[in-house]
Design a binder for this molecule. Structure first.
Ligand code: SF4
Ligand code: SF4
Length: 107
């Protein structure tokens, strides 16, 4: 899935941060399919922040303690705009046939 269309993930500041003092240990964050979190004796920890899908905030929505936060989405949008990522994503989606685009030239 072309979330970044080749833009380096390590240059994007997007990952969850847990305020452990708010965490009620509900475990909902452990449902993340990207293995971003690991459970420790103190509760969840952000073990692999770079595996977080850029722009996703599902775990924060489901968190029962409202303990998970993310960087400012306005900054993320600005980064997308400044680096032409949206355009590249759109082109990748067209190539994958997920959105209508230009008809590809016949071989
Ligand atoms: S935002 Fe999405 S991908 Fe990132 S850690 Fe939360 S559930 Fe996983
Ligand atoms: S979802 Fe929130 S409250 Fe639940 S274990 Fe994770 S950080 Fe703690």
């Amino acid at each position: 899935m072309p979330w970044l269309a080749g833009y380096p993930r390590e240059k994007v500041n997007w990952h969850p941060t847990i305020a452990l003092e708010k965490c009620v240990k509900c475990g909902m964050c452990m449902n993340c399919g990207k293995q971003v979190f690991e459970w420790t004796e103190e509760g969840p920890t952000v073990a692999r922040p770079q595996q977080c899908v850029v722009g996703c905030s599902t775990c924060a929505v489901l968190c029962q303690g409202q303990a998970i936060s993310f960087p400012d989405s306005v900054e993320l949008r600005e980064l997308y705009r400044r680096n032409g990522i949206w355009k590249a994503v759109r082109q990748a989606l067209e190539q994958e046939g997920k959105v209508p685009g230009k008809v590809p030239p016949k071989a």
